[in-house]
Design a protein around this ligand. Structure first.
Ligand code: ATP
Length: 210
C-alpha cells in the first residue's frame, strides 16, 4: 500500500511553498495522497490571524483541482489543542496497514523534540523532512540521534514499513512564509503570485489580514 502523506500546519494562509512541497513529495515519494490538515488550535503559538474555518477554506480552494492533494478537517472537528500525535493516531485507526508519512519543514523538524509526546510519533508514522532555505539538519542532540538511529535515504523503506523512518527530502526552495504574506497584506500590498488566485481572492474578500 502506498503511503499517505500528512501535512500539518497553521496554513495562515497556505502558499506555494506548502503546495509545491506537498506536490513534489506526492510525486517523488509515490505517495497515494497528501492530506493537508490545518490545526484547529495550535498549542505552540498564540491565536491565529484567520480563524480555523477560514484557514481550512483557503486550503480547500488551493488544492481543489489537484488529484492526490486532500483537505482534512479532523483537527477542527476535534476541538481542544491540536497535537500531532493525536492526529496521527486517529489516522492510524482509520488506515491500520498503510504507511503514514508526516511531512514537516526543516525549521519545524528542528523543534520536534519540544512537541507533545514527540517520541511516540515514530511509533505511528514516518517523518519526512522538507529542506527549507537557510536550515541545516541537526548532527547532535536528540534530533541528531534520531537521524542516526532512524534516518534513511531510501524511498523504498517508506513503503516497506508503516512507520519508524526519518527521511530528509530536498524540495524546490521557495522562500515564502505565511508571516511575510500577512505583513504584506496588512501593509496594503498585493500577495498575487505567492499563492493560487483562489486563495488570494478569499483573503481579499474576508479581509482577514487587513
Ligand atoms: P508562519 O510564517 O506563520 O510561521 P509558515 O509559512 O512557516 O507560517 P506553517 O503553516 O507554519 O507555514 O507551516 C506548515 C509546514 O510547512 C511546516 O512544517 C513548515 O516547515 C512548512 N513550510 C512552510 N513554508 C514552507 C516553504 N516555503 N517551503 C517548504 N516548507 C514550508
Amino acid at each position: 500500500m502506498r503511503p499517505l502523506g500528512v501535512f500539518g500546519g497553521t496554513f495562515d494562509p497556505i502558499h506555494y511553498g506548502h503546495l509545491r512541497t506537498a506536490f513534489e513529495m506526492l510525486q517523488a515519494l509515490s505517495f497515494a495522497e497528501v492530506r493537508f490538515i490545518p490545526c484547529g488550535d495550535p498549542p505552540h503559538r498564540g491565536k491565529t490571524f484567520a480563524d480555523a474555518r477560514q484557514r481550512y477554506r483557503m486550503v480547500e480552494v488551493a488544492i481543489r483541482d489537484q488529484e492526490g492533494l486532500v483537505a482534512d478537517d479532523r483537527e477542527l472537528r476535534r476541538g481542544g489543542p491540536s497535537y500531532t500525535i493525536d492526529t496521527l493516531m486517529s489516522l492510524r485507526e482509520e488506515f491500520p496497514g498503510r504507511p503514514l508519512g508526516l511531512i514537516i519543514g526543516m525549521d519545524a523538524f528542528l523543534g520536534l523534540h519540544h512537541w507533545h509526546r514527540w517520541q511516540d510519533i515514530l511509533d505511528v508514522a514516518h517523518v519526512i523532512v522538507a529542506h527549507r532555505p537557510g536550515w541545516k539538519a541537526p548532527d547532535f542532540g536528540p534530533l541528531g540521534e534520531l537521524l542516526s538511529d532512524a534516518g534513511t535515504h531510501r524511498v523504498d523503506d517508506l513503503h516497506a514499513a508503516t512507520h519508524g523512518c526519518v527521511h530528509i527530502h530536498a524540495v524546490t526552495q521557495l522562500e515564502i512564509s505565511s508571516t511575510e504574506i500577512r505583513e504584506l497584506v496588512a501593509a496594503g500590498r498585493d500577495p498575487r503570485f505567492l499563492m493560487p488566485d483562489a486563495v488570494r481572492a478569499e483573503i481579499m474578500e474576508s479581509g482577514c489580514y487587513a
